[in-house]
Write a protein that binds this ligand. Structure first.
Ligand code: FES
Ligand code: FES
Length: 156
């Protein structure tokens, strides 16, 4: 299959990507760009570990093909901190002990950021709904929910 050029803005930087059209956004960010903070869990759209923001909306990057991001803005977990400071959601995950393993946490944080940008003061139910696609079998999610509540109002 012939390759194609895809132009995308990833974490504030413009990228011209020469890629096979069947490659996923997950493969592009991890293998082409080298942003390995985004994780592959299932690879089939079921776990949320690969969540990134596509034009501000959370998506499972394992289900998005490279051509679909042409002309769009992608934010990965590496794009949240700025000037050496953690993003408020990242900081809240640390402060509230919401950090779980390195596989599920980046996706949880990205879903939380997307939620708080569109709904700065969500209810607990809204928080649980927003992270319903981010699976972890090791926890009851309570500290994650507390962390998102703690970050509420500080995300713009
Ligand atoms: S790796 Fe994409 S949803 Fe599981
Ligand atoms: S999958 Fe990450 S702590 Fe359970």
């Amino acid at each position: 299959m012939s390759k194609m050029i895809v132009n995308a803005r990833i974490n504030g930087e413009d990228h011209e990507l020469y890629t096979d059209p069947h490659r996923t956004l997950l493969e592009v960010v991890r293998d082409t760009i080298g942003l390995t903070g985004t994780k592959e869990g299932c690879g089939t759209g079921d776990c949320g570990a690969c969540t990134v923001l596509l034009d501000g909306k959370p998506v499972n990057s394992c289900l998005v093909l490279a051509p679909e991001v042409d002309g769009q803005e992608v934010t990965t977990i590496e794009g949240l901190a700025s000037e050496g400071r953690l993003h408020p959601v990242q900081q809240a995950f640390v402060s509230e002990s919401g950090l779980q393993c390195g596989i599920c946490t980046p996706g949880m944080v990205m879903s939380a950021v997307a939620l708080l940008r569109r709904n700065p003061e969500p209810t607990e139910t809204e928080i649980r709904y927003a992270i319903a696609g981010n699976l972890c079998r090791c926890t009851g999610y309570d500290k994650i929910v507390r962390a998102i509540e703690a970050a509420a109002g500080s995300v713009h």
